[in-house]
Structure formats: C-alpha cells, structure tokens
Design a protein around this ligand. Structure first.
Ligand code: FE2
Ligand code: FE2
Length: 147
C-alpha cells in the first residue's frame, strides 16, 4: 500500500500545479519504499531529489503568483521560505547519519496538505486569470525552474 494516495480533495484545479503536488506525493511514496527496503543509498538519493523538487515547485509557484498580481505573494513566499529552512535542516541531519526519514515524511505530508488547502487554493483565481490571458507562459517558463 502506498504511503500517501493523492485524491481530489488536494486538487487546486490548475493542472500544472496539481501535477507538481502529485510529484511530491509520489516522491514520498518512493521514499517510503526505499526506507522499508533499508536501502540507505536509495533513501539518500530520493530524499535529495524530493527536497530539490519541492524547492523548485515553490520557486515556480512564487513566480507564477507574482506574475499574476496575487496580492498575498510575499507572505506566501515567506511561508515557503520557513518550510524550506525546516526541510533543509532535515536534509543536513540525514547527511550526518541521523534517521529522520519518517519524521520528514509525516511532517511534509501534513504541511503540504494544509498548505495546498489554504495558501495554495487562495491564489487560484488570480493565477487562472493570468494563465488564460498568457497562453504558452508555462511552456516558456517551466524549464527555468525544473532540471
Ligand atoms: Fe505554496
Ligand atoms: Fe504548492
């Protein structure tokens, strides 16, 4: 059984954003499998990928919010920043040999669920309006944020 199953209660109704949130969910599921297998190299690899992808998602979202003229972009950015510091701290602890994987997973799941349902949903009308006007913006921009 998966660690976390995506369902429509987590959808914000913007495909590109839902896809990125779903990718984070599948990272957690991959991490869970590697952890259960006891494969520490794999855990490290997935954990680094997860943190990196989450940071890229935040940067993409922040750019999109700012472009869309969403008035609460700055406070939202701040919320991301605080959480990034938190997960980077877990990453460092993992690198120093501490077993933080399960804690990171459960905190990320709780944080992301709350964040999607509140902060992320709040920008949706602004972002939808922007994306409807600026067709092609996603294709032009996405490569700047994700490797
Ligand atoms: Fe966000
Ligand atoms: Fe998000």
């Amino acid at each position: 059984m998966s660690y976390w199953t995506w369902d429509s209660s987590l959808s914000v109704g913007i495909n590109i954003i839902d896809e990125q949130h779903q990718r984070i969910v599948s990272y957690l599921n991959e991490l869970d499998i590697a952890y259960l297998e006891g494969d520490n190299d794999k855990v490290t690899h997935i954990l680094m990928g997860l943190v990196d992808y989450t940071i890229s998602h935040f940067a993409f979202e922040e750019n999109l919010m700012a472009q869309s003229g969403y008035p609460l972009s700055d406070p939202h950015k701040m919320v991301h920043k605080v959480f990034v510091a938190h997960i980077n701290n877990y990453k460092k602890q993992h690198e120093s040999g501490r077993d933080i994987t399960k804690k990171l997973m459960s905190e990320l799941q709780i944080w992301l669920t709350n964040h999607i349902k509140k902060e992320d949903r709040d920008y949706v009308p602004y972002v939808n309006k922007f994306l409807n006007k600026k067709k092609g913006w996603i294709n032009k921009t996405i490569g700047l944020f994700f490797r």
